[in-house]
Every structure is written in C-alpha cells, then in structure tokens.
Design a protein around this ligand. Structure first.
Ligand code: EPZ
Length: 420
C-alpha cells in the first residue's frame, strides 16, 4: 500500500484543471447497459472506481476502449451474456449497486452482491429494493446476493423515497425507462449528477420529465439506443481544492468546473473569508486575510454536501472561533476526527455534531486514511500543518481523485508518494 508524505506550509498558486465527476461517471457508465450499440462518454475521470465499473461491465459481456484522439470512453453494450455482479468486485465499490436497475430493465434478471457497509455507515439498499418492487420486480436475498426477476418486463409505478437517495433515484430512473407505462418518483434526489443522467437517458430515447426537481416522471419506451454524453465536472473535487487553498494560502484558478453546482460551499467559503470570483467554467479563489469559523450542516443538494464535510472540518481546525459541524446524511462520517486530533486539532463529537475549536497549531504526524473524503481532509490538514505528515492507505484517495498529489504539486505543494 502506498503512502503520501506532505511537507506543510507551501501556499498554492496557479491553475488546476478539474476532472469529470466520479459520481456522475458511474451512473452514466451503468446506463450503457440499457441499450445495444456503441456509447461515447466524454470527460470520464480515470479513477479506481471508474476502473472497477469497467471491470463490472466487462463481466456482463460489454466491451470498451479509450479513444486516443480525445480520451473518450467508447462502450459497446450490444452483447450481454451475464447478469451477475460478483462479490469480489462489488465489495470494493458500493456504487456497483447501480447496475441492478439497468440489468433488470435490459435482461429481465439481475444477481448483484449486497454491497456491505463501508467506513461511513451501514449504507443499506432497502430504498433501491422497495423502488424496484414497485416496478414489478421480484427480489430476494440469496447468500449475500440480491436476486431480481422481471420475466414479463418491468411495469411503471409510483416510487416515494423516505430520504432522497442519490443512487436509489438513479437506479429507479434507469429501470423505469424501459418499463411498461408511467413511473413517478417522488422525493427524488436533486444532485447535479442526476440531471447529467437524465440528459444521457433522454439522449438514448427515454422520456423523462422533471429534471432537477424532486419529482421525476418517466414514460417507459420499448427500447433505447446508444448515445454520446459528457460527464459533468466534479463539484467535490472542485470544493476540495477551494478548501485546500483556504487552509494553506495562495491563489488558485480552477478550470473546467461548474460554479453553479457549488452555491452552498461558495457561500460558506466567502463567509470564512476567501475571495471568490466565478466565471462560466472556472473559479478564481484567493486567501488574503484570516479565516473565520462558521457552522456547517450537511444536507441533500442544494444544501452543503456531505462529501465536503471532512474537508471543511480540517479548515475549521485552524480558523478563528468555534465551528459546529452537523452530519445529517451518514451515521458514521467522523472517522477523520481521531486522525485530525493526532495532528493537534481540538474537536469534540456530540452525537451528530463535531464541535471544532479553531486556531489549533496543526503539526505533521503519521495518520491513516479511512475513507475517500476523510483522506482528502488529512491532505488538507497536512498542507497547513508544520512539518511532515505521513498518510497511509492512500488507495482510498485513488478511488475518487484523479492525480490529487500531482495536481497539488504543480501549484506549489510538496507531496511525495512512496510504496509503504
Ligand atoms: C451517493 O451515495 C454518493 N455516491 C456519495 O458519495 C454521497 O455521499 C451520497 O450520495 C450522499 O450525497 C455516489 O453517487 C456513487 P444516498 P449513496 O443513497 O447514493 C441512506 C463519495 O464520497 N439510505 O443518497 O449511497 C444512506 O445510508 C460518496 O463520493 C438508506 O437508508 O447515498 C444515507 O444515510 C460517499 N437506504 C442516506 O440514505 C437506501 O436504500 C443517503 O444515502 C439508500 C440510502
């Protein structure tokens, strides 16, 4: 396993190109299952998770290649000869559950290993299963696998989510495109990644209305065709670099991003004291003065994203004042707290909230990454800390960030990656 060695105290100056969004690329890749022919996906990031999704698609008989001239991902889903997603692949990536809906819609059958929990919580898939049940799918659990059958095909129905589940909404959305009749999804998640998926599915011949709202209406069609689609910029990667420059100082221009997807984080960062200039597809950010502590409460989109909670907590460790950070989406997303405290942070957990006392003198330490966004939080703390920070288990980072250390080093950070 590799580790990162970060020398703290180097401000970030220059420009960083934002990659395509992991959480948009994964559903778009799963959606290719729905239609034969060659799909063309642009701006797909090269990450551990997208490579895992490609292995999963290959296991169904799908073929793919990266086109040299523009690095587009060509995926041909003409010949599907298997509908089982094996445990050894699913256990490394929960988002594998996204193949469940498309396999049922295209093949009338699916056998997908239950994802199992992960560091940030139990993360069940009961909403996915309840929703598919409403579309006429017979589901049962067999030796840790979810088995679905829909011999006569899927039928449209009403699906109401207790919580606006992101991948739950995406799964039902994809399944409903080929169901007989109309499906209405209420309390649907409104993350931009879902709008990206709606655009691709409609480009494949689906009939989906309500894009961007919490009520999606899908009129089933008999078949879909392959299409060309572009993955939207990664708003979480963007937010991670914004918080990084806030923590260690300097001035960054983030290009190929979408500022409209970051309204809540940008408001918070302005209140903390960052100077922010928004362009159409870029954000200029500078830290000139001090940092002020603010309270954070994670919420479904368009609220403050849970995927930036760990990162902003690292920043609140060194800002002036007291910050109460409340995590409302996942039940165990404070794994980074113990590691930040090893670096000198002053944080107390009280149920769903972390009370962060600011102006801590962070010092480099040996720390361990526990999950994807917690590892980003430790990188940010390491950039701001005095001395060297060693972060082990950086494979977590590789799941969701395309060359994070390289991008930071090119704007002034001093980060080495070594085999542990
Ligand atoms: C997606 O996960 C993202 N992953 C997560 O990003 C993100 O943190 C999360 O949405 C919330 O925004 C992808 O898009 C691949 P949920 P997802 O279903 O869909 C509970 C990252 O770092 N729930 O919106 O799995 C669940 O436990 C990752 O990139 C059920 O109880 O999240 C959670 O408490 C981490 N039953 C809440 O709902 C279900 O069937 C929201 O989860 C489904 C979810």
């Amino acid at each position: 396993m590799d580790k990162l060695i970060i020398e703290g105290g180097h401000p970030l100056n220059g420009s960083i190109r934002i990659s395509g969004a992991k959480n948009a690329a994964l559903p778009l890749m799963a959606a290719t299952i729905l239609a034969p022919g060659q799909h063309v996906l642009h701006n797909v990031p090269d990450l551990r998770d997208t490579r895992t999704m490609l292995l999963l698609l290959e296991s169904f008989g799908i073929t793919w290649q990266r086109r040299k001239k523009d690095n587009a991902l060509l995926i041909d889903a003409t010949n599907l000869d298997n509908f089982e997603a094996s445990y050894d692949l699913v256990k490394t990536m929960r988002a594998s559950v996204l193949v469940l809906g498309p396999l049922l819609a295209r093949m009338g059958a699916a056998r997908v290993s239950l994802p199992g929990g992960c560091a940030i919580g139990a993360r069940p898939i009961d909403f996915h299963m309840q929703g598919l049940g409403r579309l006429g799918v017979e589901l049962n659990l067999d030796q840790g696998y979810v088995e679905g059958r829909a011999e006569g095909g899927l039928q449209g129905g009403d699906v109401v989510f207790d919580i606006p589940s992101v991948t739950g909404t995406e799964n039902i959305l994809m399944a409903a495109t080929l169901a007989r009749g109309v499906t209405v999804i209420k309390n649907a998640a409104r993350e931009p990644e879902i709008g990206n998926l709606v655009d691709m599915l409609n480009g494949m011949g689906a009939k989906i209305e309500g894009r961007g709202s919490d009520r999606l209406v899908i009129r089933g069609v008999d078949e879909l065709h392959a299409t060309e689609a572009r993955v939207i910029p990664d708003r979480i990667e963007t937010g991670t670099y914004l918080i990084a420059v806030a923590a260690v100082g300097g001035e960054l221009t983030l290009t190929h991003c979408n500022p409209d997807h970051l309204a809540s984080p940008l408001d918070k960062l302005r209140a903390i004291g960052l100077e922010i200039e928004k362009g159409d597809d870029q954000i200029k950010v500078a830290r000139n003065g001090g940092l002020k502590s603010v309270d954070i409460k994670t919420m479904p989109y368009p609220g403050f994203p849970t995927d930036l909670q760990a990162q902003i907590m690292a920043l609140m460790c060194i800002s002036r004042g007291l910050s109460v950070i409340t995590e409302t989406i996942f039940e165990n997303r404070f794994m980074h707290v113990a590691e930040l405290k090893r670096m000198g942070a002053d944080i107390k957990i009280d149920a769903k909230s972390a009370i962060v006392k600011g102006e801590a003198e962070l010092s480099g330490a040996q720390v361990m990454a526990t999950d994807l966004r917690a590892s980003a939080s430790l990188v940010i703390a390491g950039l701001a800390a005095a001395g060297e920070t060693h972060i082990s288990r950086v494979y977590h980072l590789d799941r969701g960030y395309d060359d994070l250390a390289g991008k930071l080093n090119r704007v002034g950070a001093v980060i080495r990656r070594i085999e542990e």
